[in-house]
Design a protein around this ligand. Structure first.
Ligand code: RET
Length: 290
């Protein structure tokens, strides 16, 4: 499983690299008003604060839950740390991409590097799915199988979307279409496979798992829609600002807010485990025991 995925990623990296060298898209942005520039600036700043603060919360919060759920919180903490770092880089790139001239923000010639998002997704999207599987504390065999299916599909989805993002506009729908195959598969696994394993969860936890899936669908749905916008001629200052705001809101929902749901599930399940005496020292044992 791992080898074909790695080979495909290397191949796509080559395709994407070649495409950017032979004159990829024009990376210099449109001229912005001070209001437009500052709105994006403030949204990036908000994302850095949200990711940084939630990282502290999830790392410290690990001690509040039973040991079998600590892995889920560790992964959640890592996801927001990685995202915080990338938002810091995106923020710096945004600052460098514009200069103030006559009251307007004009492109400085240094391109705004939005590809940081893909680097971020490549690491955090599989981890988000692993954190979802980890907090369910299912039997070990079931957890492993779900983790491979979801993690592998997430890597493929991002790797297949990237060449369309950096390549020519004509190629974008094709890459978008192939990248949507693993996306649909992830949704299928979450709605069909996971529903089967949900039967053994507490009714209270079931509600949170449903909300978690719904939040995932709503926030993740933003990315393929945003990807398609340039194909409908939606470009220019308004589109740039709207897109960056949309991505930032979706990222905060998909990572820190999603993480809070994971934390809540871990708390409820920990309380239940200690009341019925099934709080075992590690998740592997707990899983095998279920
Ligand atoms: C791409 C390419 C076009 C088709 C599809 C895509 C899906 C992207 C997704 C990204 C999720 C990102 C998350 C980030 C969290 O901060 C790659 C845009 C389906 C679903 C969750």
């Amino acid at each position: 499983m791992l080898k074909p995925v790695l080979l495909l990623i290397l191949l796509l990296a080559g395709v994407a690299g070649a495409q950017t060298e032979v004159g990829g898209p024009d990376l210099s942005g449109p001229t912005l008003t001070a209001g437009q520039y500052n709105t994006v600036y403030n949204f990036f700043s908000l994302a850095i604060a949200a990711m940084g603060a939630s990282a502290v919360f999830f790392f410290l919060g690990r001690t509040q839950v039973a040991s079998r759920y600590r892995l889920a919180l560790l992964i959640t903490g890592l996801v927001v740390t990685i995202a915080g770092y990338h938002y810091f880089r995106i923020f710096n790139s945004w600052e460098a991409a514009y200069t103030l001239k006559g009251g307007l923000y004009v492109p400085s010639g240094s391109p705004f590097n939005d590809a940081y998002r893909y680097v971020d997704w490549f690491l955090t999207v599989p981890l988000l799915l692993l954190e979802t599987v980890a907090v369910l504390a299912l039997p070990a065999v079931q957890s492993r199988s779900l983790a491979w299916k979801l993690g592998g599909a997430a890597l493929l989805m991002i790797a297949l979307g990237y060449p369309g993002e950096v390549g020519s506009l004509a190629a974008r729908p094709w890459w978008g279409a192939v990248s949507s195959i693993p996306f649909v598969y992830i949704l299928y696994v979450l709605w069909v496979d996971l529903s089967r394993s949900m039967e053994r969860q507490l009714p209270e936890v079931k509600v949170y798992i449903r909300n978690m899936r719904l939040l995932l669908l709503l926030s993740w749905g933003v990315y393929p829609i945003a990807y398609m916008l340039p194909l409908f001629g939606i470009t220019g200052a308004g589109a740039t600002v709207g897109l960056q705001m949309g991505y930032t809101i979706a990222d905060i929902l998909a990572k820190p807010v999603f993480g809070i749901l994971v934390f809540t599930i871990a708390m409820i399940k920990s309380a239940q485990d200690s009341s019925d005496g099934t709080d075992l020292p590690n998740s592997r044992l707990a899983g095998a025991d279920d």
